[in-house]
Design a protein around this ligand. Structure first.
Ligand code: COS
Length: 385
């Protein structure tokens, strides 16, 4: 399908594809096996200005939108979801500053983020606050000119590797969601350490770690927006970022489809390539149709968000839900098309199937996405009455 990309958009997509083919494909199996953070690839992406795609030019970025970021994420995901997660998590961690940060915070942090000099991580999840994002227990107490943070964040992407962390903590535990606030915490702040690194089923090239805050003192000016707005900062961040998870789904599904279709042309059974067998053709036809539908939805939602639309919760949840369910189904079917070979580490699709599972879980499970869509539908139907 031709999505009539502008010259700049084509350039971003082509360069991302080149980096994916030349730098990611040759090492993805090894990164997966060794659970190694892809620093060399991160450096290449930084040199190509990929960390600044969506950051305004005045802060050192390229001044493009979420749609261009989507194109980059999709291409990297086609090659390796572990790499694309390490990349895309930067946008997740940066949105709180971009959307709600003060001018001083933007000037201080965005240029280093845009250049890829410093990686970013987003810290919302805790042992008792997964789907229930308002259940955060980490506290931030104001003492003079400092906030003092105490608590533990769990399963934080880029944990340990990132230098800038946007953290949600409770400034008033009695107020529930309205008692949460967002903060910027820099690596190497005394009282801020890293817990265990997780050993995962998939996206093993990405780093997932605990963040531990023990009387960690940060300057008062590191609060993002003001006390009590942290839950909204987190929700608006996820509204922006979930389309990127959808793009990851499109990318990994395309990668799995390409591998399965190629294999089906080469594999001979009953005296013919298995792609000539209608049962296999029908599987490939379903896979290709679903990928194109997912891509069309993800692209449309990304453009809708870039248009400045105010409330995009429903649309971004739809893009994430649909594209990541497609990713799971397509990667499982790619293994099936390839039979025994698909199950072996020698081919890339078993990794893609393992990797794809997280897309239905992180940045809100797909069941949570249905809740978000459902709540929006209730609001819309009551407005129409
Ligand atoms: N934009 C703006 N405001 C929002 C919002 C959004 N997207 N989502 C919720 N709010 C507001 C609500 O309007 C409500 O405001 P009032 O107090 O003024 O009524 C407030 O925030 C609380 O909302 P709600 O009652 O819906 O909160 P819940 O605790 O029921 O949680 C869900 C809502 C489930 C949607 C939220 O907890 C969520 O997204 N969970 C998943 C978290 C997640 O993605 N985790 C992954 C970690 S990051 S990798």
């Amino acid at each position: 399908m031709d999505y009539f990309l502008t010259e700049d958009q084509q350039m971003i997509r082509d360069l991302a594809r080149e980096i994916a083919d030349e730098k990611v494909l040759p090492v993805r199996a090894e990164l997966d096996e060794k659970e190694e953070f892809p620093w060399d690839i991160i450096k290449t992406l930084a040199q190509s200005d990929f960390f600044g795609i969506y950051i305004p030019e005045e802060y050192g970025g390229m001044g493009k939108g979420g749609f261009e970021l989507t194109l980059a994420i999709e291409e990297l995901s086609r090659a390796c979801l572990g790499v694309s997660t390490s990349y895309a998590a930067n946008a997740l961690g940066t949105y709180p500053i971009l959307l709600y940060g003060s001018e001083e915070q933007k000037k201080k942090y965005l240029p280093d983020i845009a250049s890829g000099k410093r990686l970013v991580a987003f810290g919302l999840t805790e042992a008792g606050a997964g789907s229930d994002a308002a259940g955060v227990q980490t506290t931030a107490r104001l003492e003079g000119n400092e906030y003092v943070l105490n608590g533990t964040k769990q399963w934080i992407t880029n944990g340990g590797e990132a230098e800038i962390y946007t953290i949600i903590a409770m400034t008033d535990r009695n107020k529930g969601a309205r008692g949460a606030s967002a903060f910027i915490v820099e690596k190497d702040t005394p009282g801020f350490t890293f817990g265990k690194k997780e050993n995962k089923l998939g996206i093993r090239a990405s780093s997932t770690r605990e963040l531990v805050f023990e009387n960690c003192r940060i300057p008062k000016e590191n609060i993002i927006s003001k006390e009590g707005t942290g839950f909204i900062v987190a929700m608006k961040t996820l509204d922006k970022s979930r389309t990127g998870v959808g793009a990851q789904g499109v990318g990994v599904a395309q990668g799995a489809f390409d591998a399965a279709a190629q294999f089906a042309k080469e594999r001979i059974q009953f005296g013919q390539p298995v792609i000539s067998i209608q049962a296999v053709q029908h599987m490939l036809a379903d896979m290709a149709t679903n990928i194109e539908a997912a891509r069309a939805l993800v692209y449309s939602v990304a453009k809708y968000i870039d248009s400045g639309a105010k409330d995009v919760s429903k649309e971004s949840a739809m893009a994430k839900l649909f594209a990541t369910d497609v990713a799971m189904k397509v990667t499982v079917d790619a293994v099936q098309v390839m039979g025994g070979s698909g199950y072996m580490r020698e081919y890339p699709v078993e990794k893609m199937m393992r990797d794809a599972k997280i897309l239905q879980i992180y940045e809100g499970t797909n069941q949570i996405q249905k809740n978000v869509i459902g709540q929006a539908l209730i609001k819309e139907t009551s407005k129409k009455r």
